[in-house]
Design a protein around this ligand. Structure first.
Ligand code: ZN
Length: 529
């Protein structure tokens, strides 16, 4: 008999043990200490590249980005051909809350990235990061919005403060306020709604680390607030709730910036637009047709107050060139960074329109891989790339063709910008206290039936199959993750229970049955049958 277990997932965006453990040792984070002593924990490997999107969608589906069709914050719309911000429906897979719904289980999902517009789930969904600012429809069912307003819920910290006041105490206060308001909503919903799965994400850890990673005093303020919030939430959860604490990626110091577009420009892969070249661009170019330019991508990001994602552009200040006159010619460039120049993505894309055939494509790709691997920091003589892959080496699935051609990982301490400044060196020192993403995130499981003090090596794809097993539900065999069996105490029902794997059709069928039943019911009501 499956006991009436509940699962609470607390996401701490970008959280890293490198920060948490020293603070715990100093006795500053009592709740983390309790969880570390009484739970199973370890490093959680993120997606490649370790960026919030695709990392969170990969968590929710247990699948790699090529099965989701989502690689970044931005996507090219299939219908209109225009670039836009990724939406919930772009993630082409069922998510953990959908699988639970098939078995009648309820979920509450708060602030999961890429959940706007909110999905009509069996439970409650409050959209997270990438919700358009000012959106009034960020909650499902809509009745929840009134309660959120009363509790002064904040989706993301004030973008103006994040952008221009990150060096002030006001920035830290804004983050603390966001954590407090969200905790109030968590406690309220836990008390007033029934649920089986509860997910909440705190993004403040990521935001503070981007701007203040090297300022331990400021980091401590935010982590202390998170610790307090964890304590409050743990005191509220019903008995028999298992807690999973996780991040989507880790963090490290951002000491040096790889100016990737400058590097590509020096090697003549990237071509700049000549003055008024845009008016003469060929209409036959796919990129021109779909309206992809650096400026158009930046416009979208600005509209969403997300342009800070694009990087902190210290170089732009000393540039003689106004950025508007430095437009990369996507049509004429053989290689371009990232997907359409969105920041922090360790991707390279090859312009297929400039390539004759498969053979030439492979030649260019091999050439880029060897050049990237050999790239050294002139100051230290050390290589700056940890690993570099062809897309098919790290991704598999029906949306592989949408993936950038090369994926790489920078060494610890290096970040990148796609912003082009002709005056900047390819590798540039950063003088601000910034941090950047690292592939090693955090994982911790705690509760009855979970081993105490067990060390675990987890991957972001492992969490969803593990949750399904906890609920005694079958795991679709198209998931990329494995079940983290080692976290369960040997005499627990989770360890004794045999894991079940099914063809993904199993869940599809059940869904269609449900739809069919609903249609029949409606027809009956109408008196048609
Ligand atoms: Zn993140």
């Amino acid at each position: 008999m499956v006991r009436n277990v509940k699962v609470l997932i607390i996401g701490l965006d970008g959280a890293t043990w490198d920060i948490i453990i020293p603070f715990v040792k100093e006795g500053k984070l009592p709740t983390f200490k309790r969880l570390l002593e009484n739970g199973s924990w370890g490093i959680l490997k993120s997606t490649l590249p370790p960026v919030t999107v695709p990392a969170w969608p990969s968590f929710a589906t247990g699948k790699n980005p090529a099965k989701l069709g989502v690689y970044n914050f931005i996507i090219v719309d299939n219908k209109s051909g225009k670039t836009r911000i990724v939406r919930s429906s772009d993630v082409k897979s069922r998510k953990i809350w959908d699988y639970l719904d098939f078995y009648g289980k309820k979920s509450i999902v708060i602030n999961h990235p890429v959940t706007y517009p909110p999905e009509k789930i069996n439970g409650t969904m409050i959209s997270g990061m990438l919700t358009p600012p000012g959106a009034k429809d960020y909650g499902y069912p809509p009745e929840i919005l009134g309660e959120l307003k009363k509790l002064e819920y904040i989706i993301e910290p004030d973008p103006e403060i994040v952008k221009s006041k990150w060096d002030t105490e006001e920035f830290i206060h804004e983050l603390i306020k966001t954590i407090r308001k969200r905790t109030d909503v968590v406690v309220h919903l836990m008390k007033t709604c029934s649920w089986d799965l509860f997910f909440v994400l705190f993004r403040a850890t990521d935001v503070v680390q981007h701007k203040q990673f090297q300022n331990k005093r400021k980091l401590l303020k935010v982590y202390k607030e998170v610790d307090k919030s964890l304590g409050t939430i743990i005191n509220t959860i019903p008995k028999d709730t298992l807690l999973i604490l996780m991040s989507d990626h880790g963090f490290c110091e951002f000491k040096k910036q790889f100016n990737i577009t400058k590097w590509l420009y020096e090697m003549r892969y990237v071509k700049l637009k000549k003055k008024d070249a845009s008016s003469r661009s060929s209409k036959s170019s796919i990129l021109v047709k779909i309206g992809v330019t650096q400026a158009s991508v930046l416009r979208i990001l600005r509209k969403l107050h997300l342009d800070w994602i694009r990087k902190y552009i210290p170089v732009s200040l000393k540039s003689k060139f106004p950025s508007s006159s430095l437009e990369v010619d996507l049509k004429e460039s053989l290689v371009y960074p990232g997907i359409l120049f969105t920041g922090a993505s360790q991707y390279l894309s090859i312009n297929r329109e400039k390539v004759r055939d498969k053979e030439e494509y492979e030649k260019i790709r091999d050439e880029l891989i060897s050049k990237l691997s050999a790239l050294k920091d002139p100051e230290t003589g050390e290589r700056i790339i940890e690993a570099v892959y062809k897309k098919e080496e790290v991704y598999s699935g029906p949306y592989l063709d949408k993936a950038p051609d090369i994926v790489f990982l920078l060494k610890k301490g290096y970040g990148l910008t796609t912003f082009l400044d002709l005056n900047a060196p390819v590798i540039e020192k950063i003088s601000s206290p910034f941090g950047t993403h690292h592939i090693d995130g955090i994982f911790l499981a705690y509760g009855s039936g979970i081993k105490k003090g067990q060390r675990v090596s987890a991957k972001i794809y492992n969490i969803t199959p593990t949750i399904l097993h906890i609920f005694g539900l079958p795991i679709p065999n198209d998931m990329d993750g494995r079940l983290l069996m080692e976290i369960f105490e040997e005499d627990s029902e989770f360890a004794k229970r045999e894991s079940k794997y099914v063809d993904p059709i199993h869940y599809g069928k059940k869904g269609e049955d449900k739809k069919l039943k609903k249609t029949i019911k409606n027809l009956k009501l109408k008196g048609t049958i």
